[in-house]
Design a binder for this molecule. Structure first.
Ligand SMILES: Cc1cc2nc3c(=O)[nH]c(=O)nc-3n(C[C@H](O)[C@H](O)[C@H](O)COP(=O)(O)O)c2cc1C
Length: 203
């Protein structure tokens, strides 16, 4: 019995450590930037701490040939950064952000891509929406996560979008899977492409 408890404790601890390490590992993806003739009716805006939402955002932008803009926020890839991320998500904070130059005015549809933190879009996205004029724009929310989100949190996010004049027309949650059972990068991008196939493009 004691041996079983010890094995379970070691397994639990190593899974916990693996989660911590994975959450602190940035996984790079090829950059995409729209060329001068690209239509700006669609725009992609994303926040990503460890690179997975970034890969998704770049795939969406590449597919739509859309301008893409990164949100920066202060959540370093360290245990300290992770603790702050959890605290801010739980406190429903609006952290300071820096958004890569972006002209939202011509956009009819805005794709927001974010990791899921404490069952909701990561706080930098909330700040972005709160400080943006989304008048008349459709918004598509794509979240990546390991396990799950809460619909009531998305509903609150949708209300915030409404308060800025926009309209959430579609939400997508890409479950990457937990520690040892995560999607490969290929599987992640295949999932993005199938979701995009189901969503009528903005012309
Ligand atoms: C602080 C923190 C909280 C998280 N909370 C959740 C959660 O509630 N639900 C979930 O499915 N994944 C959760 N995750 C996992 C991330 O959403 C997932 O790894 C995501 O794909 C990371 O995206 P990124 O690489 O773009 O930062 C959390 C990760 C962190 C760092």
């Amino acid at each position: 019995m004691i041996a079983l408890i010890a094995i379970a404790a070691v397994a639990g601890l190593s899974a916990f450590t693996a989660v911590g390490v994975k959450d602190q590992t940035y996984v790079a993806s090829p950059e995409f930037s729209a060329n001068a003739e690209a239509s700006s009716e669609n725009v992609v805006v994303y926040y990503s701490r460890s690179g997975h939402s970034e890969a998704v955002a770049r795939e969406v932008a590449k597919r739509l040939k859309a301008p893409i803009s990164r949100i920066d926020a202060d959540y370093p890839l360290s245990f300290g950064g992770q603790t702050k991320a959890i605290a801010d998500a739980e406190a429903k904070a609006f952290p300071l952000i820096n958004v890569e130059s972006l002209d939202l005015r011509p956009a009819k549809r805005v794709y927001l891509v974010s990791p899921t933190w404490m069952f909701r879009p990561a706080p930098p996205l909330w700040t972005f929406v709160r400080q943006s004029d989304l008048s008349g724009k459709d918004v598509v929310l794509i979240m990546t996560g390991n396990s799950r989100f809460k619909q009531e949190e998305i509903d609150k996010f949708s209300h915030l979008i409404n308060s800025r004049g926009g309209h959430l027309i579609h939400q997508e949650f890409i479950r990457r899977g937990r520690v040892y059972w995560q999607m490969s990068r290929g599987e992640l991008l295949d999932t993005v492409n199938s979701s995009m196939n189901e969503l009528a493009p903005q012309h």
